[in-house]
Design a protein around this ligand. Structure first.
Ligand code: AMP
Ligand code: ZN
Length: 454
């Protein structure tokens, strides 16, 4: 069975399964700008967890929230503007238009790296009623208080506050910039659940406390409780979500229902570029769109992510990407030579591969087993082919392209290769256009030609 590091207990544990099902909630994108490949890395984590559990025959239900309100340029003052509004101004669209545009782009990019879609992508703006309901409960249960139309969570009412990130309230107090703290709050560490809307604020919702809008953390409590009920098995996010976002989510959800809600918290480490965390604010961002424009198969990025375990930082460099692209292409070529898969599976190799994956998603070790199995002449080619087909259900690298492209498309691609070799570029281009009409985009680079589905 899959074992994962649970941040709450700091132990590697069996994934808890309840009635044959694992419910997994993952913090999703904020949709006012394109998501970069660092974000993509953190969305790969729940995909790998879900794929592995499904290979084990476990039913997985996945939710990923779409944050389309509540991300502020300045969380602390009324002068802060919602980033959705800023983007709407910049691009001459409505906030809804911005949300739709970047949600679609996010889905296109996750599709391009074979992240299996979640069952549901709930939006914050469509759960205002549920948000108000949780805030109301927190007030009733003595966890939250009002100051002039804004509602704050009193962290001293929740003794476990800080447990997930291993911080004491005193240490957090020291970390706060005292001059930026609203002096009306009971404690420095108290965080906002509902924000009173000033006269200049757009994107306003009615509430029992007057016009306002939700704080950021409350949406994940409201949506997970609403769609999963009061108990679910796994919550994932990028490591920066651990504090304050998830510390606050635990205080909100458990404060509202009065008991443990999530069993296991799993975090993906960051993708770095130039030794720094990839981030819009640092200016070192690359998107899946950039990679496609540069002629890369987006799955080369997926392969690159397997260079390191999810709990370690991984460096994104041009060299690493080139090397991933080359290795992936060679893998596919070798696999294509193996011919059709047998119906028997080589258990020795399969057990080794699954042991690596089950061991807290040790993908680097799993990929090593793949390379070793492919080179093992003592295993009949058809059996090697069968192993690849089985493992690709987890790796998601389209290792057997023939399986996902029908014969006609495969032979069209071969025909075009022929035409290119014969320098008949008119014919090669005509075939490219025909493939394009069928949703297949060919990517030529110095290293050869690959394809992606558009
Ligand atoms: P955002 O749209 O900013 O809320 O980010 C979406 C997700 O990406 C969050 O779960 C972050 O933790 C995660 N994330 C942001 N930057 C990186 C990075 N450089 N590497 C990995 N994950 C990241
Ligand atoms: Zn969240």
């Amino acid at each position: 069975m899959l074992r994962l590091r649970n941040e709450l207990t700091r132990e590697v544990e069996d994934v808890p399964v309840r009635d044959g099902v694992v419910r997994m909630y993952s913090c999703g994108p904020t949709v006012y700008r394109p998501q970069h490949i660092g974000n993509m890395r953190s969305f790969l984590l729940p995909d790998l967890i879900a794929r592995t559990l499904r290979v084990h025959g476990v039913e997985v239900r996945r939710l990923m929230n779409i944050t389309d309100v509540g991300h502020m340029t300045d969380e602390l003052s009324e002068a802060g503007r919602d980033k959705m509004l800023l983007a709407a101004d910049d691009e001459g669209l409505t906030t809804q238009g911005i949300a739709e545009k970047y949600t679609q782009l996010f889905l296109d990019h996750t599709d391009a790296i074979n992240i299996v879609r979640a069952d549901l992508y709930p939006k914050a703006t469509e759960h205002i009623a549920q948000i108000i309901e949780v805030v109301t409960k927190l007030i009733e249960r003595g966890h939250a208080y009002e100051i002039e139309g804004s509602i704050y969570y009193d962290v001293t009412t929740f003794p476990a506050y800080g447990a997930l990130s291993g911080q004491s309230l005193d240490a957090m107090r020291a970390a706060h910039r005292l001059d930026a703290v609203d002096p009306r709050k009971r404690n420095h560490q108290d965080f906002v659940l509902w924000v009173h809307a000033g006269p200049r604020r757009e994107l306003v919702y009615g509430s029992p406390w007057g016009p306002g809008y939700p704080g950021w953390h409350i949406e994940c409590s409201a949506m997970s409780l609403h769609h999963f009920g009061e108990r679910f098995e796994i919550h994932t996010g990028g490591i920066d979500n651990r504090f304050p976002h998830h510390e606050d989510e635990i205080a909100q959800s458990e404060g509202a229902v009065g008991h443990r809600v999530v069993d296991m918290w799993v975090y993906g480490e960051h993708l770095l570029m130039g030794s720094a965390k990839m981030a819009k604010s640092a200016g070192n961002v690359v998107t899946i769109g950039t990679l496609i424009e540069r002629g890369y198969d987006p799955l080369a990025f997926r392969y690159l992510c397997f260079n390191g375990r999810y709990r370690r930082q991984v460096d994104f460099t041009d060299d690493a990407l080139d090397s991933a692209a080359t290795t992936l292409r060679r893998l596919r070529e070798r696999i294509a030579m193996l011919g059709p898969p047998s119906t028997t599976v080589n258990e020795t190799y399969d057990n080794r591969f699954m042991a690596a994956v089950d061991d807290d998603l040790d993908l680097p070790a799993a990929v090593k087993v793949l390379h070793e199995a492919l080179s093992d002449e003592s295993v009949p080619p058809s059996e090697r082919s069968a192993l690849v087909a089985r493992w690709d259900a987890i790796l998601g690298l389209d290792l057997a392209p023939d399986a996902s492209l029908d014969d006609e498309l495969t032979s069209l691609i071969a025909e075009r290769e022929e035409a290119r070799r014969a320098k008949d570029f008119a014919r090669a281009d005509a075939i490219r256009d025909r493939l394009r009409e069928r949703g297949i985009e060919l990517l030529d680079s110095g290293q050869g030609t690959t394809w992606v589905r558009r």
